[in-house]
Design a protein around this ligand. Structure first.
Ligand SMILES: Cc1ncc(COP(=O)(O)O)c(C=O)c1O
Length: 340
């Protein structure tokens, strides 16, 4: 029997419908801008995210890094939450690829507020300091249990960032989940930013790809850098077709993943050997700990019993629901956890 894989929402396999769309895709040479499916995908993604233009990129890291590069000059600084993906998991690339320094800001829940950001903004006259250029938000927040910014929180931070003439970037790897959680169109939470990077190969189930969006001019410049970084490819339409399929068919069903995560969190909360703050589960990411076993012990024991989990931030085990996990899989996962 296949194991139930809750390590990440990146483990999904392309469905039959998606593979058929890829098979049928019309293609051309995308370095010449001639792939009709890529062009269709980019127009559609730009419209969904509320921007003039969009660009297919190969990963969430590539999307974030291209946006940071395109917005900045070496010696500039990016303010991020200290638990953000850009600070934690992108290999120090802002320093290497763009000559940028990150200013990590500590927050109780991953939500950047004007009060948290203000002390990190460098005085303009301080020529001996890096120049504050970008404020980067993560929504939903990976290391903060899939936490979602409310519309008010985004609006307040946006007004503050604009009043300081800074660039507002969104790492929206899971912005689709945030939109479903809030019951709004994606553009309502993305279009207030200067740029967004959003993943296709997480909850949306595409095998490869992310998309970045911004003004036409911004995307033209990012297109140059994508080529410079070896990301100019030819008959990309086979992947863009999976992206179109994912955006059309797999966004609304993210609500199922959120329901499954809630069911799992509530069951774990009722098991005396585990600790979880089930109230905090808003989307598809759960973090929990065992009262006497280490995360590695829990992960190994579950693996033997047919449930795959991964280590989360300090002392926690992480479970992520996704489109290849059914309600019955969640019931089976609960039974396995009960025995740990
Ligand atoms: C919030 C966030 N941003 C960016 C990424 C990077 O995506 P990729 O693995 O496609 O590079 C991830 C991946 O998990 C993520 O969770």
């Amino acid at each position: 029997m296949d194991k139930i894989d809750l390590r990440s929402d990146t483990v999904t396999k392309p469905s039959e419908g998606m593979r058929k769309a890829m098979y049928d895709a019309e293609t051309g040479d995308d370095v010449f801008g001639e792939d009709p499916t890529v062009n269709k995908f980019q127009e559609y993604a730009a419209e969904l995210l509320g921007f003039e233009a969009a660009l297919f990129v190969f990963s969430g890291v590539m999307g974030n890094q291209l946006c940071l590069k395109t917005h900045s000059q070496p010696h500039d600084e990016v303010i991020c939450d200290a638990e953000s993906h850009i600070f934690y998991y992108e290999s120090g690339s802002p320093a290497v690829l763009s000559g940028l320094q990150i200013f990590p800001v500590f927050t109780p829940d991953g939500i950047l507020t004007p009060e948290a950001v203000l002390p990190a903004i460098r005085p303009k006259e301080a020529y001996y300091m890096p120049r504050t250029k970008i404020v980067a938000v993560e929504n939903t927040h990976n290391r903060r249990m899939g936490k979602v910014y409310s519309i008010e929180q985004i609006d307040t931070l946006c007004g503050f960032v604009r009043s300081h003439n800074l660039i507002f970037h969104l790492d929206g790897a899971r912005a689709w989940n945030a939109a479903v959680y809030l019951g709004v169109e994606p553009k309502e939470i993305t279009a207030k930013f200067d740029s967004v990077s959003a993943c296709l190969s997480k909850g949306l189930g595409a095998p490869i790809g992310s998309v970045i969006a911004g003004t036409k001019e911004f995307i033209q410049e990012a297109f140059r850098f994508r080529k410079a970084w070896g990301g100019g490819t030819r008959q990309l339409g086979v992947l863009a077709a999976a992206g179109i399929y994912a955006l059309q068919n797999n966004r609304e069903r993210l609500a199922d993943d959120h329901r499954n995560a809630q069911t799992l969190a509530e069951a774990i909360a009722n098991m005396p050997q585990f600790r979880i703050d089930a109230q905090r589960v808003e989307t598809n990411i759960l973090l929990f700990s065992h009262t006497s076993k280490s995360p590695e012990e829990v992960i190994n024991e579950c693996e033997e019993k047919g449930l795959r989990l991964s280590p989360g931030p300090i002392g926690t085990v992480r479970a992520i629901t996704h489109l290849d996990v059914s309600k019955n899989d969640i019931i089976a996962a609960i039974e396995i956890l009960r025995k740990v």
